[in-house]
Design a protein around this ligand. Structure first.
Ligand code: C5P
Length: 401
């Protein structure tokens, strides 16, 4: 069991169970996690910031308006830094704020600003926990994908007996460890390309494609969750960087993407080319807006773009190469052909259309390698990405150790 280099943001709200969160910081750090603590103002009435600072070895943040702390690590940076946010204890008030999307202190703001999975460990009097308002808020959070940890039943600090006790530190730690799954790519450097490329025609027009970047971003996130150090090279997309991605390089054209990918893969173990790279670009880019000429057709002369996977495959020392093949027909034939022609280690093929592929939330893939095909049936792109990364890791470990 390890949490080495895992970045956990521990949110502590106002409740007597905050004293157990001191122990929790110790136990998380025992497994190698980096822990940063954000307290609500209420929490400071139960445990002092100095205690958490000493235990975490990091400055503790409380206020959104602390200019000095913001200059060191701003709240948005803190939100991006976190791979997991664990709120323990979560008071009834904090749960209400989360359910309604308030951002009136640092902790609630960070929760809204972060894409990291959120784990909430409620702790309150049993009567409060049973209240319909609290239960409705908890249901809202659950439906939104927030992970509720506990509460447990038993003796309460207020003398009551019932449901509302915070889970024990080791139980909370176990949930966080389990959330990272099996870190099969720990210590591996993975580069993922995602999104479309835009090839400029003139200062206002371009040739692009319908790739949303979501599959590639989901693959990057899944690789992070599998323990890899991930660089994401993104074409023009409006997607937030998945938590834990160490470097994101934004590019526009295929040439820019090739340069960024070649540089980023110089020391990489695996390259996953999920970008929909344009095959052609205008041979010349006009430096002024091309005027409409009534009645006359406009002819664009196109030049071929570099093949990024092909460029990497031609290198003597090359990362393990995984390509994507999005096809409207004859998927298997084209995919197998690409696998061989581009000299890839694996290729993930999908049929575009029918609610799958580009711009869609779901996808289905068939993964081809030298030893056959693996079907990954229809699922959300994030679920599919997890399965895909697991298969890539299996194959990578088999051939490269
Ligand atoms: O041949 P096709 O474009 O369908 O191949 C798709 C795969 O090849 C994707 O993995 C894509 O990222 C990669 N590709 C590339 N460079 C190009 C075109 C595609 O690396 N110029």
């Amino acid at each position: 069991m390890s949490l080495a280099q895992r970045r956990i943001l521990l949110g502590v709200s106002g409740g007597i169970a905050a004293y157990k969160s001191c122990e929790l910081v110790r136990r998380l750090r025992d497994l190698g996690a980096e822990v940063r603590v954000v307290m609500t103002e209420g929490a400071t009435h139960f445990v002092s910031a100095t205690t958490f600072q000493a235990l975490s070895g990091q400055p503790v943040r409380i206020s959104l308006w602390d200019a000095e702390a913001e200059a060191a690590m701003g709240h948005i940076e803190l939100a991006r830094w976190a791979e997991r946010i664990l709120i323990a204890p979560a008071s009834a008030d904090l749960i209400a704020q989360l359910a309604h999307g308030f951002a009136n202190d640092l902790l609630t703001t960070v929760c809204l600003a972060s894409a990291a999975p959120l784990y909430v460990a409620p702790a309150m009097n049993q009567q409060m926990w049973a209240h319909a308002a609290v239960q409705a808020n908890v249901d809202t959070l659950r439906q939104r994908g927030v992970h509720l940890l506990g509460p447990a039943s038993g003796d309460q600090a207020c003398g009551d007996i019932g449901s509302g006790r915070m889970l024990e530190p080791l139980e909370l730690r176990e949930a966080i460890v389990a959330s990272f799954g099996n870190a099969v790519l720990r210590g591996r450097k993975v580069v993922v390309s995602a999104g479309p490329t835009y090839e400029d025609i003139d200062p206002v027009r371009f040739i692009g494609n319908r790739s949303s970047g979501r599959m590639g971003f989901a693959v990057a996130e899944a690789a992070v969750q599998a323990g890899a150090e991930v660089t994401l090279v993104a074409g023009p997309v409006s997607l937030a960087t998945p938590p834990g991605v160490v470097r994101r390089i934004d590019v526009r054209s295929a040439n820019q993407m090739r340069d960024a990918v070649v540089a980023a893969t110089a020391h990489a173990d695996i390259y996953i080319g999920a970008a929909a790279v344009g095959d052609y670009r205008p041979a010349e880019v006009a430096d002024h807006k091309i005027k409409k000429r009534d009645g006359a057709a406009l002819e664009l002369s196109l030049a071929e773009n570099p093949d990024i996977l092909g460029t990497l495959a031609a290198q003597t020392v090359r990362p393990f190469l995984v390509g994507f093949a999005a096809e409207t027909h004859d998927v298997e034939r084209y995919a197998r052909d690409k696998l061989a022609r581009k000299g890839l280690d694996m290729i993930a093929a999908n049929q575009v259309g029918g609610g799958l592929g580009f711009e869609a939330a779901d996808n289905a893939l068939t993964l081809y390698g030298p030893d056959g095909a693996i079907e990954l049936p229809r699922a959300s792109k994030s679920e599919l990405a997890r399965q895909l990364v697991a298969k890539i890791a299996e194959r990578y470990v088999a051939v490269r150790g």
